[in-house]
Structure formats: C-alpha cells, structure tokens
Design a protein around this ligand. Structure first.
Ligand SMILES: NC(=O)c1ccc[n+]([C@@H]2O[C@H](COP(=O)([O-])OP(=O)(O)OC[C@H]3O[C@@H](n4cnc5c(N)ncnc54)[C@H](OP(=O)(O)O)[C@@H]3O)[C@@H](O)[C@H]2O)c1
Length: 164
C-alpha cells in the first residue's frame, strides 16, 4: 500500500481557519478531487465535518475518539492504525494508493509512515488554526512541480520518501 498525504499549505504552514480553507483556489480543489477520485481517503473528524456530505466516488475513513460516531456511507475508526487496517481490506477493488486528507492532527501523526506527499504550496501567509507539520525534506525527493499564479501564486509539488 502506498500512503500519501494530499494537502495545501500556506507559507506559514496554515491549512485551515475556523473549519474552512483560508483561500479559494478552484484549480487546487479540482486537483484534490481528481487525484483522490475512486480511492480510499482517510481524514480526521473535524475535516470530515467541513464537508457538506461524503465526497462521491471515494471510500471515506473517518478517525475520531468519539464512541458511536456515525457518518452514512463512511467507515468510522478510533485511530490511524485502525484506519490503515480498514483501508487494506478494501484494496482491491480500490487502488493501492491511500490518501490522508488531513487535517493537521492526522497529517502530523501519519508523517513518519507516509510514502508520498502531494503538496500544494500557497505562496502567501494566512491566519489560521490548523497547520501542516514541519517536514524534514531531506528525507523526501521532489518528483514534480507545476507553478501557477491564478488567482494567487501557488505550486503543485509531489514528493516521494527516500527509503533505505
Ligand atoms: N489545506 C488542506 O489541505 C486541508 C486539508 C484538510 C483539512 N484542512 C483544514 O484543517 C482544519 C481541520 O483540521 P484539524 O487539525 O483541526 O482537525 P482534523 O485533524 O481534521 O480532526 C481532528 C479530530 O480527529 C480526531 N483525531 C485526531 N487524532 C486522533 C487520534 N490519534 N485518535 C483518534 N482520533 C483522532 C479527533 O476527533 P474527535 O474530536 O471526534 O475525537 C480530533 O478532534 C479545517 O480548517 C480544514 O478546513 C485543510
């Protein structure tokens, strides 16, 4: 199984503010939707609650400490280990790559074990209350970068963990 982060972060590592994305970048939203389509996605309970409903064409695994938390059409688990065990049960039919979609707590906890990072860098600072963790990029190789400037400057970057 390939475990990947997919995240968009500001220069000051902000990823969210008051339960919302701090920016409106339609191309990044499309990138997220296209990249994760038809895959297993894992997210913290707060990130899940930022959605109106589960994203279609994806198997969503939600991590929460709340016993009895229910979300129609989703799998609810109590920690990251259980999330990955559940994900494995659904590969196949889902593809081998599983996406961790945030938020800050879940990114931080899973960082030591991820294989890949799809990182959108937004070249501005934003106020916020959720953060992407500090990454030791000497342990990753950048395999692609696409620069954009609409509506503000940002880049799509992909990193792979250096093993061994
Ligand atoms: N820019 C991006 O790419 C991006 C991506 C995703 C989210 N976001 C933003 O990030 C914000 C949400 O992130 P967040 O860090 O506040 O919350 P989060 O990580 O989405 O969810 C936190 C919740 O997950 C559960 N949880 C976390 N660690 C756990 C563990 N080890 N074991 C069991 N349950 C655990 C807990 O749920 P319970 O409280 O229910 O126990 C915790 O309150 C929002 O503003 C959202 O818009 C941004």
């Amino acid at each position: 199984m390939t475990l990947s982060h997919i995240a968009a972060m500001a220069e000051n590592h902000v990823i969210g503010n008051d339960g919302e994305l701090p920016w409106d970048i339609p191309e990044d939203m499309r990138y997220f939707m296209n990249t994760t389509k038809d895959h297993v996605i894992v997210m913290g309970r707060k990130t899940f609650e930022t959605l109106d409903k589960p994203l279609p064409r994806r198997l969503t695994i939600i991590i929460t400490r709340q016993l009895g938390y229910k979300a129609e059409g989703c799998i609810v688990v109590k920690n990251l280990t259980e999330a990955l065990e559940e994900a494995k049960k659904h590969i196949p039919p889902y593809p081998d790559e599983v996406f961790i979609c945030g938020g800050g707590e879940i990114y931080k906890e899973s960082l030591p074990i991820i294989d890949k990072i799809y990182l959108t860098r937004v070249y501005e600072e934003f106020d916020g209350d959720a953060y992407y963790p500090q990454v030791d990029f000497s342990k990753f190789k950048k395999v692609s970068q696409i620069d954009r400037d609409d509506p503000i400057p940002f880049s799509f970057e992909v990193y792979e963990a250096i093993r061994g």
